[in-house]
Ligand binder design. Structure first.
Ligand SMILES: Cc1cc2nc3c(=O)[nH]c(=O)nc-3n(C[C@H](O)[C@H](O)[C@H](O)COP(=O)(O)O)c2cc1C
Length: 308
């Protein structure tokens, strides 16, 4: 009999305790619902929380969102288990995840799966979509905002003059590479650089699994080399003079500068991967670099230096 009452009571007790804990900050009311050995799990990578840890995290959320309201939208019971669908709203009025208060409204929806052991919840699995919250706090951007005309953006990029590099990696003994002008120095101490490579390129998977990249900055008389590496030719190294650097990365002979880079991070960004890395070998020659501007190639030695 007690057992049956206990069961009928479960959903109502969850509603009441959640309101006290989440909406009013009376976290000790959780002791009426959660067993002393309670474990809360969130996703495969999440660190399980005990009852005290859970109370602490509610306090932290409430400190950041003092007007927090959690609405239980549905509760489904099956035997000893309950599934609770919920939605929380509040304004970001205190520091959260290192982000100072933005005053922005935030909404998070999720589901909690609770397993009862007698009258107490022994274990909960929580899943929620944190994207809206992280976006509202400016931590991530997922939405595609009002598009700027891509041709306009392209036009802007054409105003930016670059050199041309050939980015390479060793593919089990076979050299592979592509032409890249999205190359930049990051820092000198430590010496770090980055390159951006489109994921749709055939060379991308080779670069992604490599430990080192070769970066050859092409010389003014290497337009033909640039064209080959900007193509999707099967063997871009056929008939080309190249050699391996000390770290095994293929480097183009007679290019005006060469780096080998130990890959650090592979950051997914839009349609590209940004490879960052530490420079492990470097050399340059007294050759003029090839210049790329507005979709055309130029010889910088033909340009007039301006007084500075
Ligand atoms: C001057 C120039 C610069 C380029 N810069 C880049 C770049 O920064 N990143 C990139 O992914 N592709 C860039 N490309 C395009 C690739 O080189 C091109 O898509 C190539 O065909 C890829 O070869 P793959 O598919 O064999 O790897 C550039 C092309 C040219 C002509």
């Amino acid at each position: 009999m007690t057992h049956t009452l206990d069961r009928a009571d479960r959903a109502a007790r969850i509603r009441s305790v959640w309101r006290s804990a989440w909406d009013r900050g009376q976290v000790d009311t959780l002791d009426e619902l959660l067993s002393p050995t309670y474990v809360r799990r969130r996703g495969p990578a999440g660190v399980p929380q005990d009852r005290a840890g859970f109370k602490e995290s509610i306090r932290a959320v409430r400190a950041a969102f003092p007007d927090l309201r959690t609405e239980i939208e549905d509760i489904v019971e099956e035997g000893e288990r309950l599934a609770i669908r919920w939605r929380s709203t509040g304004h970001h009025s205190g520091a959260f995840l290192g982000v100072p208060p933005t005053g922005r409204p935030v909404e998070v929806s999720g589901a909690t799966f609770a397993r009862f052991d007698g009258s107490a919840v022994a274990e909960e699995w929580v899943t929620f979509d944190s994207r809206h919250m992280l976006e509202a706090l400016g931590i991530i951007t997922t939405a595609h905002r009002a598009a700027v005309d891509p041709d306009l953006v392209k036009g802007v990029h054409r105003k930016f003059i670059t050199g041309v590099t050939v980015v390479t990696a060793d593919d089990d003994g076979t050299p592979r590479g592509l032409a890249v002008n999205a190359f930049s120095s990051i820092s000198l101490d430590p010496p770090m650089v980055l390159v951006c490579v489109q994921r749709s390129s055939a060379t991308h998977p080779v670069l992604h699994r490599a430990s080192h990249l070769g970066i050859s900055i092409l010389a003014a008389d290497q337009v033909d080399v640039a064209k080959v590496f900007a193509s999707r030719a099967d063997d871009k190294f056929a008939g080309l003079s190249w050699s391996r650097g000390g770290f095994g990365a293929p480097l183009i002979d007679r290019s005006c500068a060469q780096l080998e880079v130990e890959i650090g991070e592979r950051l997914e960004a839009g349609s590209h991967t940004v490879f960052t890395g530490r420079v492990v070998s470097a050399r340059h020659d007294d050759l003029a670099p090839l210049v790329y501007s507005g979709g055309g190639f130029f010889d910088i030695s033909q340009t007039a230096p301006l007084p500075w």
